[in-house]
Design a binder for this molecule. Structure first.
Ligand SMILES: [Zn+2]
Length: 241
């Protein structure tokens, strides 16, 4: 770990101590350390699949080809044995004291890490319901069948599929949290998916903004960028406390 990164870790720690309202904006780069593949990276599930996942992960595909949809999500998105890693835990500790997390991840790991202040912007894979009658199901049921035995309805995950809108309550709550924040930390996301990436437009002009990601963000010069693996950097920040 180089000297510059240690200085950045110290600076973030100072900002964290001064902050009253912290907001984290996270993505796949946080959960890859828990064994969840990043489906937007070239090693992720978009790679080498004949039908583009953007097409599979859509409402029309779900309803017209439910078996293929089910096989796809079972093979590529469900990792029920995955556990939170030190990034989830670090974020949860800060959020439970004075912050909120808005995440693009649908794996439920932030809730598993006992984060009480989470907005799952794109939903949760483990919120499962019948598209015919609305009944909720556990993953234990879904892992055996995507059909509701009673009415033959298709059971689907409560995630935002391509072409579906973001839940309005979550969207307005997210905007409010971002606007209130005096410290915003973007972590483990290349920050290119809208409307998620658009949330930054609501930040206060006084807010300090950090980005911790393997690749630089297409962001303004107002953002302090730490271009490294999030886990390495978070470990450094935690040791600096
Ligand atoms: Zn049903």
């Amino acid at each position: 770990m180089n000297e510059q990164m240690q200085m950045q870790a110290n600076a973030l720690q100072v900002d964290l101590k001064q902050a009253k309202h912290v907001v984290f904006l996270t993505g796949a780069g946080v959960s890859t350390h828990s064994g969840i593949p990043d489906y937007r990276s070239k090693n992720g599930i978009y790679h080498g699949i004949a039908t583009p996942p953007e097409k599979i992960l859509s409402t029309s595909y779900l309803l017209q080809q439910p078996e293929q949809f089910y096989d796809f999500v079972q093979q590529n998105m469900y990792f029920p044995a995955a556990q939170p890693n030190p990034i989830h835990t670090w974020i949860a500790n800060i959020c439970n004291q004075h912050g909120w997390l808005i995440t693009q991840n649908v794996d439920g790991l932030d809730k598993k890490a006992d984060n009480q202040h989470v907005i799952e912007f794109h939903g949760d894979l483990y919120d499962l319901y019948c598209t015919k009658c609305g009944q909720m199901f556990s993953y234990e049921v879904y892992k055996n069948s995507f059909r509701h035995a009673k009415d033959n309805g298709i059971i689907r995950p409560g995630i935002v599929l391509y072409g579906e809108p973001i839940d309005q309550t979550k969207l307005s709550q997210s905007v409010q949290k971002v606007a209130e924040a005096d410290l915003i930390i973007i972590c483990g996301t290349s920050f290119v998916v809208y409307p998620f990436a658009g949330l930054l437009a609501y930040a206060s002009p006084q807010a300090k903004i950090w980005a911790i990601n393997k690749t630089p963000l297409p962001a303004t010069n107002k953002v302090k960028q730490v271009v490294t693996d999030a886990l390495d950097f978070i470990k450094l920040v935690s040791q600096t406390e």
